[in-house]
Ligand binder design. Structure first.
Ligand SMILES: Nc1ncnc2c1ncn2[C@@H]1O[C@H](COP(=O)(O)OP(=O)(O)O)[C@@H](O)[C@H]1O
Ligand SMILES: [Mg+2]
Length: 249
């Protein structure tokens, strides 16, 4: 069953080009779907449209058949989501555990329950108790990413959104975080939507991938079929990405 539906979504900015030019896409319940595209192609804009942060010009976006434009159900709509932002977006002035408690606070639980949930989630993402009272600046980028993930799952979302989950991390830490995201998705039974320009992330984390180019989804399928899918842009993107990552090795 479809969890998220984009139907002919258009978005342009004043004086700018058409960023989304009729995006149609259906994401299944409990699938891990990746939107892959070059930087600047509109991935973050698409995510912001899904969250209602940016208003679409036309078309519709539905989650469990509820429209983003349905004001009466907007609270119910937004409660389904949790997002792991690019760059983590932890609160600098809060300790690691306070950051996660802040997430847990968003579901109606009392103070001691929130603390218990926060501890549980921090341990689940592999952080040790000794860093719970540290501030974000005192721990590594990889640990910050773990803390941000703990905060994201502390609200027990139905849909997890990952915005460029490995950007800003070195390749080894990026690989570790990808593994962690995969394990997390397996244990949680959530629907996941990840946006990335990194084909390795897509290969590792996706059930299906959709490629965004020039404002449209030009292909949806399994990463192993990209190379021979018949779409010139997708095949070139696949070839170029792999050429780069082979060089890095
Ligand atoms: N609020 C905005 N106002 C004007 N242009 C924007 C805005 N947000 C994004 N854009 C433009 O939309 C395009 C897609 O951006 P974005 O979705 O951030 O790309 P990416 O695929 O790298 O996430 C870019 O050309 C960007 O400059
Ligand atoms: Mg982006």
């Amino acid at each position: 069953m479809s969890k998220i539906i984009f139907n002919d979504v258009h978005k342009s900015f004043d004086g700018g080009l058409q960023v989304l030019n009729g995006v149609s896409l259906s994401i299944n319940e409990e699938e891990s779907h990746i939107i892959l595209g070059q930087s600047g192609c509109g991935k973050s804009v698409l995510l912001k449209c899904l969250l209602g942060i940016i208003k679409i010009d036309s078309g519709e976006i539905l989650v469990d058949k509820i429209s983003i434009n349905d004001e009466k159900h907007s609270k119910e709509y937004l409660k389904k989501f949790s997002i792991l932002f690019q760059g983590n977006a932890l609160f600098d002035s809060m300790t690691i555990i306070e950051n996660v408690i802040f997430g847990a606070n968003q579901i109606n639980k009392n103070k001691s329950e929130c603390r218990k949930i926060a501890e549980e989630k921090l341990l689940a993402v592999g952080l040790e108790r000794r860093v719970f009272d540290s501030y974000p600046a005192e721990i590594s980028g990889g640990m910050q990413k773990r803390a941000a993930l703990a905060r994201a799952i502390a609200i027990e979302p139905e849909i997890l959104l990952f915005d460029e989950p490995t950007s800003g991390l070195d390749p080894i830490t990026g690989g570790v975080i990808c593994n962690l995201l995969k394990d997390t998705l397996k244990s949680l039974k959530v629907t996941a939507l990840t946006i990335t320009h990194d084909i390795k992330v897509a290969e590792f984390l996706s059930d299906r991938v959709s490629v965004l180019n020039k404002g449209n989804i030009v292909w949806t399928g399994h990463t192993q079929d990209m190379e021979t899918c018949g779409n010139e842009f997708v095949e070139n993107f696949h070839r170029a990405s792999n050429a780069i990552s082979n060089k890095q090795r």
